[in-house]
Ligand binder design. Structure first.
Ligand code: ADP
Ligand code: MG
Length: 319
C-alpha cells in the first residue's frame, strides 16, 4: 500500500508541482494518474521511488516512511518503466532484463530461467530474442522488454510513466492488453501515468485525475463516467469520441434483470437508441430495459455497457 499524506513538491525555481496531495493506493491495484501536461503526474510518480525528494508531507509504503528505507532496497523493490525506451544499447536483451536481479546477486541459473519466463510472458521466444541487441527489435518489442525488465526482480510496486505513448496504435493496444492480463496474474501494485483517457478507462482499477498539482477526482472508471465531479472531469471524459465507437445495443443485452429492481419502475429505451441515449438512461438508473416492437427483449446495466465501450474502443480508434 502506498499512502501520500499532505505531500507537496516545490522545485528550486519556486514551481509548486504538487500541492498537499492525499492519496492511498491499495495493494495489487492498477492505479492510473491522468491529467494534462504539467499537472504533476511525473513528479508524483518519481517521489514514490525517491527520484524526486518531497518538500513537505510523507509517503508511506506498507506503513513505513519512504525516507526510512535504504535507498537501494527501495529502488530495487520498485520497478520503473519510462516513456522513452531506455534499454542499454550495448547489452543483449538478456543482460538488459537481468540488471536488477544481478544487482540483487541472484544466482546465474535463477536469472537465466527468469529471463526466459519473462520473455515468454510477453510473447517473445527466448531463444530467438535473448541474445539480440535492443536495436534488433521493433519499438513495440523494445518497450515490451522495458516492461518485463521492470518486473524482473519481482518488485512489489511498478511505476510506469506514459510507457506506451511513443508506440504506434497497434503495439500500444497489444501492450495495454498484455499489461492488464499480466496484472491479473502477478497482482502487483501498478501506478501508471498517462494523458490518454481511453487508456486510463481501459486499464485502470481506479483513476486519479490531476490538474495544477492537485487531485480533481479519484474514482473507478464507472464513477468518473457517471459521476464526474465537475466540468473539468466531464470534459476530460468527453474527449473520448463515443460516436466513433461501434455500438450494437442488441449485443450488449442480458436476459436477466436485477431481482432487487421493480420491473414496473424500470425505464425502457427502444432498441434503436444511440449510445448517448443509452448512457443518459443509465445515468439515472442502474439497470434499464430495452424494448422492440412493444416487448422487452433484454436488460442493460452500467457495467455491461462500460465493458462494451472498452472492448470497442479499439475498433473505434482504427476507423
Ligand atoms: P506532468 O508529468 O503531469 O506533465 P510534471 O510532474 O513533469 O508534470 O511537472 C509538474 C510541474 O512542475 C510543471 O509545471 C513542470 O514544468 C514543473 N517541473 C517539473 N520538473 C521540474 C524541475 N526539475 N524544476 C522546475 N520545475 C519543474
Ligand atoms: Mg510527465
Amino acid at each position: 500500500m502506498i499512502q501520500f499524506e499532505n505531500v507537496s513538491k516545490r522545485f528550486h525555481d519556486g514551481t509548486m508541482a504538487v500541492k498537499s496531495l492525499n492519496l492511498t493506493i491499495n495493494e495489487g491495484e492498477f492505479f492510473v494518474l491522468i491529467g494534462p501536461s504539467g499537472s504533476g503526474k511525473t513528479t508524483t510518480l518519481k517521489m514514490i521511488n525517491r527520484l524526486i525528494d518531497l518538500s513537505d508531507g510523507t509517503i508511506f509504503i506498507n506503513g513505513k516512511k519512504i525516507s526510512d528505507y535504504d535507498i537501494h532496497e527501495l529502488r530495487w523493490n520498485i520497478g520503473y518503466v519510462l516513456q522513452q525506451i531506455a534499454l542499454f544499447p550495448h547489452m543483449s536483451i538478456e543482460e538488459n532484463i537481468a540488471v536488477v536481479p544481478d544487482m540483487k546477486k541472484w544466482d546465474k541459473e535463477k536469472i537465466a530461467s527468469r529471463v526466459d519466463e519473462l520473455l515468454e510472458m510477453v510473447g517473445l521466444e527466448p531463444q530467438t530474442y535473448k541474445h539480440r541487441k535492443p536495436s534488433e527489435l521493433s519499438g513495440g518489442q523494445q518497450q515490451r522488454i522495458g516492461v518485463v525488465r521492470a518486473l524482473a526482480a519481482d518488485p512489489e510496486i511498478i511505476l510506469m510513466d506514459e510507457p506506451f505513448s511513443a508506440l504506434d496504435p497497434i503495439s500500444r493496444e497489444k501492450l495495454q492488453d498484455d499489461i492488464v492480463k499480466m496484472q491479473k496474474e502477478i497482482k502487483k501494485t501498478i501506478v501508471f501515468v498517462t494523458h490518454d483517457m481511453q487508456e486510463a478507462l481501459k486499464i485502470g482499477d481506479r483513476i486519479c485525475i490531476m490538474k495544477d498539482g492537485e487531485i480533481v477526482q479519484v474514482g473507478t472508471p464507472n464513477e468518473l463516467i457517471y459521476h464526474p465531479i465537475n466540468d473539468f472531469v466531464k470534459e476530460f471524459i468527453g474527449k473520448i469520441n463515443y460516436n466513433e465507437i461501434h455500438f450494437d445495443l442488441e449485443n450488449v443485452l442480458s436476459q436477466t434483470h436485477d431481482k432487487n429492481l421493480e420491473l414496473e419502475k424500470m425505464s425502457l429505451i427502444p432498441i434503436t437508441s444511440s449510445l448517448q441515449q443509452t448512457l443518459k438512461a443509465l445515468s439515472k438508473q442502474d439497470q434499464i430495459g430495452v424494448e422492440k416492437e412493444g416487448e422487452i427483449i433484454g436488460y442493460l446495466n452500467r457495467q455491461s455497457i462500460i465493458q462494451h465501450l472498452l472492448n470497442n474502443l479499439k475498433e473505434g480508434e482504427e476507423e
